[in-house]
Design a protein around this ligand. Structure first.
Ligand SMILES: Cc1ncc(COP(=O)(O)O)c(C=O)c1O
Length: 460
C-alpha cells in the first residue's frame, strides 16, 4: 500500500517518497538528517532529476511523433533564465539538448561553457529576448567564432538591420522571428515581444528574400500563459500555425516552429495533468492544420525552463515557533517567503509542502509565517487564504517545499540584498556517483553578515 500524508488533504505519496520511522525520505535522501547536518534554511538540488525530466519529455514527443506519423523532428532546448547555475547547465547539456539564452551576460555564460568543453560545435544556441547593443554584439561574435551553432530570434526591426549591416561577407546567418501574439485575434493580452505578422512578411520581402547570406528558418512564439488544457492556448496555437503556413508559402527556407516554454511542473502532487496527452495534442494540432493548408509539417523546438529545473530543487525550513492566530495558528519559519520563494508572494505560486519529521503526531492547520516584517510574508498566499497541515507538536519541526528550482534565485537575487536583510540560504548539490551512491557538495554557504554589509558599503 502507498504511504499517505496529510497536507491540504490526504494524498497518496508518489514513489519518490518514503516514510521511515515517522520521517520523510525523498529520492532516498533522509531529509531530517540533511536538515540537521547542513542547517536550515537550506536549498538542495538533486541533479539526476534534470536528466529524468528531459528524457521523459523527449520520450513523449518521440511517442507522439511515431503514433501520428508526424513528418517533422523534435528538439529540446533548456532556457537558462529559469536557473543559470553552472551545475544545472552542465547537467542539462549532457542530455544532448540545445540552450536558449536571453541577455548579454548569457553570452559570457555560453563562452565559459565552451571554454570548459561543455558546449561543442554541434550544440545549438538560440538567442531570444530583447537585444541590447551589447547582446547584439555578443551574438555576432559568437556566430563569427563558430564554436557552436547560433540562431538569433529577431524581436524587432532594428535588431534585424543590425545583423544585416554588421555581418561579415563570409558569414551566413540563420535566424528565427518571433511573432507578436497581440496582433492575433485569439490572444486577448498586450505584448511587446516580437513583430506583427504583417511586419514579418514585409521585412522578409524587403530585407531578407534577396539576401543570399540570411535565411529565416524558424517562426517563434511564446504564450506565457503556458501549455494547458484551456481553449486559449490551442486557439492561439492554431492562429500561429496558420501564419506559419502562410509564411512558408513565400519563404521555402522556413522549416521550424519554436513554441517557447510553458510546459508545467508539478506544483501540487495531486495534479492530474497528463503531459504526454498535451504533447500528443500539440503534435496532432500542428499536423492537422498543416494537412488542411497543404504545407509540410514543421520541425518543433521547445524552450522548457520550469519544466526542466523546478522539480530538481527543494527548500527546507525549520519552524522557529508556533503562535496563536485569530483564525488559524501561525508557524514561523526560519526563512522568508518573499525572499526565499518569491513566487509564493508575487504570483501566489503554490508548491508541494510536507513536514519532514514528527509524522506520527496528529495534524493541525497552520499558516506559515516568514521572518520579514512584511505582512504579505506568509504561505499559502492565495485568495482563499488556505493553510497547511503540520504535526501538532512543540517538538523541533522541519518542513520542505518541493519543486522550487525555477526562477526563485533569479527573482530574489541570489547572494544579494533582501528584504529585512534575510540572508540567502545554504545551497547544496546532490548527485549520484558512478556507483549510484549519493554525493553531497556544498555549493554556497548561508550568506554572512559580512557579505551583506560589504554589498551595502559598510565594509571593505
Ligand atoms: C522566450 C521564452 N522562452 C522560454 C521561456 C521559459 O518558460 P517556462 O519556464 O514557462 O518553460 C520563457 C520564460 O519567460 C521565455 O520568455
Amino acid at each position: 500500500m502507498k504511504e499517505q500524508l496529510l497536507i491540504h488533504e490526504v494524498i497518496d505519496l508518489p514513489d519518490e517518497f518514503d516514510i521511515k520511522d515517522f520521517k520523510l525520505f525523498y529520492k532516498d535522501i533522509d531529509l531530517l538528517r540533511l536538515s540537521k547536518d547542513y542547517g536550515t534554511p537550506l536549498r538542495f538540488t538533486f541533479l539526476p532529476t534534470i536528466e529524468e525530466k528531459i528524457n521523459e519529455m523527449k520520450l513523449y514527443f518521440k511517442e507522439a511523433i511515431q503514433k501520428t506519423n508526424y513528418q517533422g523532428s523534435y528538439m529540446y532546448y533548456y532556457c537558462t533564465k529559469s536557473s543559470h547555475f553552472r551545475h544545472i547547465l552542465q547537467k542539462a547539456i549532457q542530455s544532448n539538448i540545445g540552450v536558449e539564452i536571453s541577455s548579454a551576460y548569457d553570452i559570457d555564460l555560453i563562452k565559459s561553457l565552451i571554454e570548459d568543453g561543455n558546449i561543442k560545435k554541434s550544440t545549438k544556441i538560440i538567442c531570444n529576448g530583447y537585444k541590447t547593443s551589447d547582446y547584439q554584439a555578443g551574438i555576432l561574435s559568437l556566430i563569427q567564432q563558430d564554436h557552436c551553432s547560433v540562431m538569433p530570434i529577431i524581436d524587432s526591426k532594428s535588431e534585424l538591420l543590425h545583423y544585416l549591416e554588421n555581418l561579415s561577407n563570409t558569414t551566413n546567418l540563420t535566424i528565427g522571428i518571433r511573432i507578436n501574439l497581440s496582433f492575433l485575434q485569439t490572444y486577448p493580452h498586450e505584448s511587446r515581444f516580437g513583430l506583427s505578422p504583417d511586419n514579418i512578411m514585409s521585412h522578409y520581402h524587403d530585407y531578407i528574400k534577396a539576401n543570399g547570406q540570411v535565411s529565416v528558418t524558424t517562426l517563434h512564439f511564446f504564450n506565457e500563459k503556458g501549455l494547458n488544457t484551456g481553449n486559449e492556448y490551442w486557439n492561439v496555437l492554431e492562429e500561429v500555425i496558420r501564419f506559419y503556413c502562410r509564411f512558408k508559402r513565400i519563404n521555402p527556407q522556413l522549416t521550424t516552429l519554436d513554441i517557447g516554454g510553458g510546459m508545467p511542473f508539478r506544483s501540487s502532487l495531486n495534479d492530474t495533468i497528463d503531459l504526454s496527452l498535451l504533447v500528443r495534442q500539440l503534435i496532432s494540432t500542428i499536423q492537422n492544420i498543416c494537412l488542411e493548408e497543404g504545407v509540410q509539417e514543421p520541425d518543433i523546438i521547445t524552450e522548457f525552463g520550469k519544466y526542466t529545473v523546478a522539480e530538481a530543487t527543494a527548500t527546507i525550513f525549520k519552524i522557529n515557533e508556533k503562535k496563536q492566530g485569530d483564525r488559524v495558528d501561525w508557524a514561523i519559519i526560519d526563512g522568508s517567503f518573499i525572499t526565499h520563494l518569491p513566487d509564493t508572494w508575487a504570483i501566489h505560486q503554490e508548491y508541494p509542502v510536507f513536514p519532514i519529521n514528527n509524522l506520527k503526531q496528529n495534524y493541525k492547520p497552520y499558516v506559515l509565517g516568514g521572518l520579514t516584517c512584511d505582512s504579505a510574508d506568509y504561505y499559502p498566499n492565495t485568495i482563499d487564504r488556505g493553510y497547511v497541515m503540520l504535526p501538532d507538536t512543540d517538538n523541533e519541526q522541519y518542513i520542505t517545499f518541493l519543486h522550487t528550482g525555477a526562477y526563485q534565485e533569479a527573482l530574489s537575487g541570489f547572494g544579494g540584498i533582501n528584504h529585512c536583510l534575510i540572508p540567502s540560504p545554504k545551497h547544496i548539490i546532490i548527485d549520484r556517483d558512478d556507483h549510484e551512491d549519493l554525493q553531497y557538495t556544498v555549493f554556497s554557504e548561508k550568506q554572512t553578515s559580512h557579505h551583506l554589509l560589504k554589498i551595502l558599503g559598510y565594509q571593505k
